[in-house]
Design a protein around this ligand. Structure first.
Ligand SMILES: [Zn+2]
Length: 243
């Protein structure tokens, strides 16, 4: 069984290089004995990076999940089952996803607090993020109010904590958001990771996050698009990256 270390160890940013054994080569994918890589999921892209073995360096593309964490490579022939290799996660890409993802929690929490709008889906990218918000009456929506509320929190020096809580504790917690999807997680998994932005947001989440809201840049909502009855798809970017 492969150890999925991104779940038990939580350096949301600046993940360190690690050494692992090649457990299997599945067509163009390398499967390791253990991996700290984040596999694509929950709207967040997977990590990318490079391997180092006695044959030199070899980059891997976006890591995918499934039964195993799978690292796609161009030349799988280089690798041999049983060899030890070093894995370096691209820290810059990871850090950007962690910032974008933490901002997503805050945007979703504020839309819920302000208007009871539910986050129906989200897609995080390196330079922008999209969130689908579902309103009872979407006429209440105002980008400026949402943007200001989110940026107040981003600048509030609030800690982002990670907990490992039982299902009972999660489902029974009054402040917990986004528990609907929990039905899809096998009951053989007794505890789930919960991410808390103190006093702002609390929800089960397996993605990567920064440790303090000050690590996130202020956002600008750059696009709002209708996605059918009661639904808006909003896009945000970091203010310091606007053209
Ligand atoms: Zn998250």
């Amino acid at each position: 069984m492969q150890d999925r270390l991104h779940m038990t160890s939580h350096p949301g940013t600046n993940p360190e290089p690690f050494t692992a054994t090649v457990a299997e080569i599945d067509e163009d994918f390398i499967i390791l004995s253990e991996s700290y890589c984040y596999p694509r999921g929950g709207g967040q892209p997977g990590d990318r990076g490079s391997f180092n073995g006695n044959w030199g360096d070899s980059e891997f593309g976006e890591v995918l999940g499934g039964n195993f964490i799978r690292h796609p490579v161009d030349s799988p022939d280089k690798f041999s089952v049983g060899e030890q290799i070093e894995c370096r996660i691209n820290q810059e890409v990871r850090n950007r996803h962690a910032k974008m993802h933490t901002a997503q929690h805050i945007v979703s929490a504020m839309a819920d607090d302000l208007w009871g709008a539910e986050t129906a889906g989200n897609q995080i990218s390196t330079h922008y993020t999209r969130i689908d918000l579902l309103f009872e009456n979407r006429e209440v929506y105002d980008s400026q109010i949402l943007e200001d509320s989110v940026n107040d929190i981003i600048g509030s020096n609030t800690e982002v904590l990670v907990h490992d809580w039982s299902r009972e504790k999660i489902v029974g917690h009054e402040q917990m958001r986004h528990t609907k999807f929990m039905d899809r997680i096998p009951s053989s998994i007794p505890t789930l990771r919960v991410v808390e932005i103190q006093g702002i947001d609390l929800c089960p989440c397996a993605g990567t996050h920064v440790e303090n809201t000050d690590d996130v840049e202020s956002i600008v909502i750059t696009n709002v698009k209708s996605k059918g009855a009661g639904k808006f798809r909003i896009t945000y970017q970091f203010e310091n990256e606007l053209e």
